[in-house]
Design a binder for this molecule. Sequence first.
Ligand code: MG
Length: 394
Amino acid sequence: MKSALFPLAACFAWLAPLGLPAADRPFYGDPPDQTHPWAIHDLNRPQPKLVTPGTFSSAEQPGRPPSDAIVLFDGTAEALNKWESDKPEGGPTKWIVKDGAMECVPKSGYIRTREQFGDCQLHVEWAAPTKVEGVSQQRGNSGIFLMGLCEVQVLDNYNNPSYADGSACSVYSVNPPLANALRPPGEFQVIDIVFRRPLYQDGKQIDPGYISVFCNGVLVQDHTPLEGPTGHKARAVPGPFPEKGPLKLQDHGNPVRFRNIWYRPLPPRAAEGGTVGILSPAATEATRRETAAALRADAAKLADKPVAQMLRLAESLVYAPDAAAASSVEQMAATYLAGLKATPEAELEAKKEDAKTVLQAFQYLVKFKFLPETFAPKAELDAFVKSRGWDKAK
Ligand code: MG
């Protein structure tokens, strides 16, 4: 969250008396705490971004990527320009585009994307050669190298066993896949990967990094911890990764074909300043302060709606204490109660929903200790509501 409140909250917070369900009002779920800047069901919490979904791929036909995907290969010859030879000097690759697929030309070398990226959701489709040649690692071998460092194995394992930690969809040399869910050679395999690189702080590992993989919709790597860059014969050695790297595809001497390659960058984890997961106490406090400040700024604009203004200011206390705001709430509450008590009997019914909403807010604030147990307006309003039987009314 930046400086302004999420617009939905601005609309909702003050619609409470208009009959919204309780869950769509403030003062509802458990409040923020030391590592969670948001209340449960918090209306101020930013909404998920909108993504228009694509379509699923089949063996016959590639699907359409989701709206926010960055496409690395779409089947066109021009898309090959997004790739280069993985030789140190780069340069054009000799891999070819044929029938909507990019095909490895044996002995031409690995290829890599010009684009560099780190944590991602990656979608790749590959097909082993229809002509079955070789056994074990010699048959339909290629590889998907995340950041150029971690290989998710590409291999024609259909009726072709090999060592388990080098099977198709293994994290090569580290972890075999949970299943062999391959289609026959010649058919496209649909691979979806979630990749999180290792995180280090002051030379210390704070997150090993993880890979999850689906092969043709079947889970084959379940949040597998990384053990460092993958290699042949050698055990991986954990260590820091750069922030970004190219995606690489392997030339292992087989004309493996690829199509429909895209990725979606993933947001940073809490440990690197993002909001995914439980936050640090410092990050939590900073976000709570921002929310409180935005609520107080919003309250300042509600001078013509005194009840809304009081509730908005009271809501800010849930995120960060502030003596001046608390004192204003107390004064506003006193004014509100005086007005309520002075209301002619005939006009009282129209104030019922407001009164119940305000009482519920005060009860919440006292229950969670944002206002003291001695907060007089709560007891007074409670007595008033009960005396009218409003607490029993629907
Ligand atoms: Mg390989």
